[in-house]
Design a protein around this ligand. Sequence first.
Ligand code: ZN
Length: 260
Amino acid sequence: MPELPEAEANRRRVEAMCLNRTIVSVEAGDDVQYITLPGGNARQRLVGHQFTETRRHGKLIFAGSKTGPWIAVHLGMSGSLRPYDDGGKTPDYRKLIIAFEGDRRLAFRCPRKLGWVHVIDDPETFIRDEGYGPDALEISREAFRDVIGGTRGAVKSALMDQKKLAGIGNLWSDEILFQTGTSPTAKAADLDGDRLDALHDKMPRVLEAVAATDMDYSKLPGDWLIPNRTEGADCPVCDGTIVKRKVGGRTSYFCDTHQA
Ligand SMILES: [Zn+2]
């Protein structure tokens, strides 16, 4: 399921291939009844405008311009933004197709449910109104100590709560906890300041390294959890074993020894 690094990789694609081109049409794709998409009037607002900048907050991707409008995109369980050229290879599962002048197109590809696209006035207002916490790459050490250290529940659940901290989901919370030797079930409020700082330091390193792979996780180091994320696997950094347990309703993988 896409998290901050995957959203960032998608944003970079849009930034590289879709800026400064006048939008000539915005059409819904096929089989869109399970996807929240802008209606005809909202889609029409984009026509004649250009995207001149992109932004990302947590798992959300934005493209627009100083005076708007913007698109806000959530990739859901398996969505992606796919720039392509008309006449070339066309992405499947297209739910929204933005046509720029010339051949360039931007598709919102979404084979499963839960992804969405809105047309909005500006990202700041949208982020505030929806109640998202600070972005995981931007939160200060002090704010991280306050917001995560002030949570009664499991640290994994706290890291994944988008209202506290935006961008982290099931996969990369497990990785950050693994690399800092933190049990996912530990109560966040019980972690000391050094542990909270270690999590805060490790978080951007993990997220930026993942974003740099453009979703090819085979490029990630072999001593990370991700290539060993199987119940019963040998821990790549100690003599322990990788175990699987539900934490806050989500399946968590962790080492039974160095994350105890
Ligand atoms: Zn271990």
